[in-house]
Design a binder for this molecule. Structure first.
Ligand code: PLP
Length: 420
């Protein structure tokens, strides 16, 4: 096999389906089968495949120019997207740094946080706090702030770990005493170690790759307050949650907070190509100003701000606003809740829903073996993560398609039950 696939023991590769065309939520395979995409291609393809408005915007840009370096040069889509991201993101995030993937966006965010303290004379602040079950990407610093998992196990010996806190308990609607207890753990850590801590990075509201674990916006609020109090930066990784996935445009909006640094990726470019943006407040940006070149942010991926990627992102945001996606996501949420309420089994450990995400955790990982093939046989593309099966569809999905996808999850659950 010449093509090396991700997260896969290549010895057991088996038959890999080949997609030859896409339209809306539909994936057309080489063998003539059609699948409804239930997970929007790793949560990126929010408008479905082959969107005419995005295609047309891209063609116009291709006919002008497809790439130019951002080193010492600029171009209209990169400038316009920076304006747009500043306009729609939490107030105070006034500066935008582009890169080419979510992982690299996280690297940039961590570099910003670490260098900010160095530039401002706080040389000891070199450690990072993150959450258990977190995932921030596959590059080295991103792995360091992610929890131990299959994604990073091979590299534990070379990772320089910082501090980890447990995923806040109580879910989205956690009560005040639960939040106080969780916030107290953060405060205890900050009290003891804030002198050496640069930032606290977390996936706001929902930890996706770590199993779709949902926690309360009140925890985010508390984290904001405590980080300010102890002079630690708050970094929100919105790579998975950004652009409506949790029901608000950004998950930070549930808590009405502004992080010091925020990363967006995935849905930023609607699955057309890889790109990310790391946004920062003026306080952070100003920390890089000065007479010395050493104070500048030393990062610059070749394809940062690529004209095609920034054109797609602009068009994608225009569609989100024009087609009232936040209202549609609320309807998707209601439908997922309704359909999930019809699924019951002793095989289920938990059901979790937020925004346009619906996850069902079963009791044993072995219960998920064969689920992908079962979904395919029933006309859907659904892939579990560990013990969790989930839907995270394109926002253009129809009610019928969504009911079909959840029906497949329900049927799989009843098979587990039937098989004891
Ligand atoms: C929260 C989060 N951060 C970062 C990443 C890494 O993004 P990418 O795969 O584009 O490098 C992911 C990918 O799943 C993610 O979910």
């Amino acid at each position: 096999m010449k093509l090396w696939y991700p997260y896969k023991q290549m010895k057991d590769l088996g038959q890999v389906p080949v997609m030859v065309a896409g339209q809306g939520t539909q994936m057309m395979l080489e063998d003539g089968r059609k699948l409804t995409d239930g997970i929007s291609s790793w949560w990126a393809v929010i408008h479905g495949y082959n969107h005419p408005d995005i295609n047309n915007a891209l063609v116009d840009q291709i006919n002008s120019f497809s790439h130019v370096m951002l080193g010492g040069l600029s171009h209209p889509p990169a400038l316009a997207l920076a304006d747009k991201l500043v306009e729609i993101s939490p107030a105070g995030l006034n500066h935008v740094f582009y890169s080419d993937s979510g992982s690299v966006g996280v690297e940039v965010a961590l570099k910003m946080a670490l260098q900010f303290w160095k530039n401002t004379g706080h040389t000891g602040k070199t450690k990072i706090i993150s959450l258990r079950n977190g995932y921030h990407g596959d590059t080295f610093k991103a792995m360091e702030v992610g929890d131990d998992s299959d994604f990073s196990n091979a590299f534990v010996d070379v990772l320089h770990r910082g501090y980890f806190l447990d995923t806040p308990s109580g879910g989205f609607d956690a009560d005040a005493p639960t939040i106080q207890k969780e916030a107290a753990k953060l405060e205890a850590l900050l009290q003891a170690h804030s002198q050496e801590i640069a930032c606290f990075i977390l996936e706001p509201i929902v930890q996706c790759a770590g199993g779709f674990r949902i926690y309360s916006p009140l925890y985010l609020k508390a984290a904001r307050t405590l980080c300010d109090q102890y002079n630690v930066l708050l970094v929100l990784d919105e790579v998975a949650t950004g652009f409506g996935r949790t029901g608000k445009l950004f998950a930070a909006d549930h808590a009405n907070i502004t992080p010091d640094i925020m990363i967006v990726g995935k849905a930023l470019t609607a699955g057309y190509m890889g790109h990310a943006a790391t946004l920062a407040t003026t306080r952070i940006f100003n920390g890089f100003l000065g007479e010395s070149y050493d104070k500048a942010l030393m990062h610059g991926p070749t394809f940062m701000g690529n004209p095609l990627a920034t054109t797609v992102a602009l068009k994608s945001i225009e569609i989100i606003e024009r087609d009232h996606y936040i209202t549609r996501i609320a309807a998707i949420n209601a439908l997922i809740r309704d359909e999930f309420s019809k699924i019951a089994s002793t095989a289920i450990a938990d059901k979790r829903v937020v925004g346009a995400i619906g996850a069902i955790e079963v009791k044993e990982e072995s219960m998920m073996v064969g689920f992908r093939d079962f979904a395919m046989a029933n006309g859907a593309w659904l892939r579990p993560i560990g013990k969790v099966m989930y839907v995270m569809p394109a926002y253009i999905i129809t009610d019928e398609e969504l009911i079909h996808l959840i029906g497949i999850m329900r049927d799989w659950i009843s098979r587990i039950y039937a098989n004891g």
